[in-house]
Ligand binder design. Structure first.
Ligand code: HEM
Length: 246
């Protein structure tokens, strides 16, 4: 891919992408390090690793919550149909008007942060925080999952209630410390904008294009158990049956 991009002619650069930008940085004399092809490869792998798992995990938990909460599914469908009616697909321009969709995505990220322990950090010095001594070079792990389910901070924290984010300025940009699914500070996820628009667009179209139901042979509640891992997938993959809305 890198070679293909290097061989592109200037005329092909209308659709400049991430690889083009990294290659242009290689030529940037202002950088205080030499960016080589190995670095570019590593960055691309990093993007795939950090960007694919996380986004699909949010969609899968999201569909599970919607199927368990038909009132939310209905309210979301009504909003999407109202804005995108007559179109074949929801497109990115429609998303800015879909306020309930945004609240639904925020609530999915609150209950099911795909990276529940963020990424490990190391303390740079000796610190004391609320009586706890944190020595220098100590590995620090932040339990975002526990923070977003803390009864002291959230009403009915284990319930899926997107309304808590309606007319609420709380955001995931790392300033509201009780809600940090993308982390915070200098190591905050650089993919927030891309992740949110991808997830909103995919979820909106899944709801717009299909009615969803559990398979006929499904017995009992949807299994909401979490599988262990750096990212938190569903223990048992969600299986739903789509029925086109025509
Ligand atoms: C819902 C989707 C996503 C979630 C919840 C998420 C969450 C996170 C979290 C919690 C971190 C660690 C931040 C910290 O420790 O403070 C992180 C780092 C990172 N994310 Fe995301 N992410 C998502 C999607 C993406 C996407 C789509 C991309 C790129 C296309 C991406 C690229 C990265 C990269 C490169 C890092 C490492 C940053 C660094 O350590 O300097 N992420 N992400």
């Amino acid at each position: 891919m890198i070679e293909d991009h290097k061989n592109r002619k200037d005329g092909d650069l209308k659709d400049e992408d991430f690889v083009d930008i990294l290659l242009s940085l290689k030529k940037d004399a202002g950088l205080d390090f030499n960016l080589n092809d190995e670095h570019i490869k590593a960055l691309l792998v990093d993007m795939f690793a950090a960007g694919t798992d996380t986004s699909y995990i949010v969609l899968e938990w999201g569909m599970a919550e919607l199927i368990r909460n038909p009132n939310v599914m209905k309210k979301l469908r009504d909003e999407i149909n109202g804005i995108a009616s007559g179109k074949s697909m929801v497109n990115e321009d429609d998303l800015s008007e879909m306020h309930y969709l945004k609240a639904v995505v925020k609530e999915i990220l609150r209950l099911h942060p795909p990276a529940p322990l963020l990424l490990p950090r190391e303390s740079m010095d000796n610190y004391q925080i609320e009586g706890y001594k944190i020595p220098s070079q100590c590995r620090v792990i932040i339990n975002c999952w526990a923070i977003t389910r803390d009864h002291k901070e959230w009403d009915m924290p284990n319930e899926f209630i997107p309304e808590r984010f309606v007319n609420n300025t709380m955001d995931f940009k790392g300033q509201d410390f009780k809600y940090i699914p993308f982390g915070s500070g200098r190591r905050i996820c650089p993919g927030i904008g891309f992740a949110i628009s991808t997830i909103e667009l995919a979820l909106a179209n899944l709801v717009f294009k299909f009615e969803w139901k559990l398979p006929d042979d499904h017995v009992g509640e949807v299994n909401m158990a979490e599988a262990p891992g750096l990212t938190t997938k569903m223990m048992k993959n969600l299986c739903l049956v789509p029925m086109p809305c025509f």
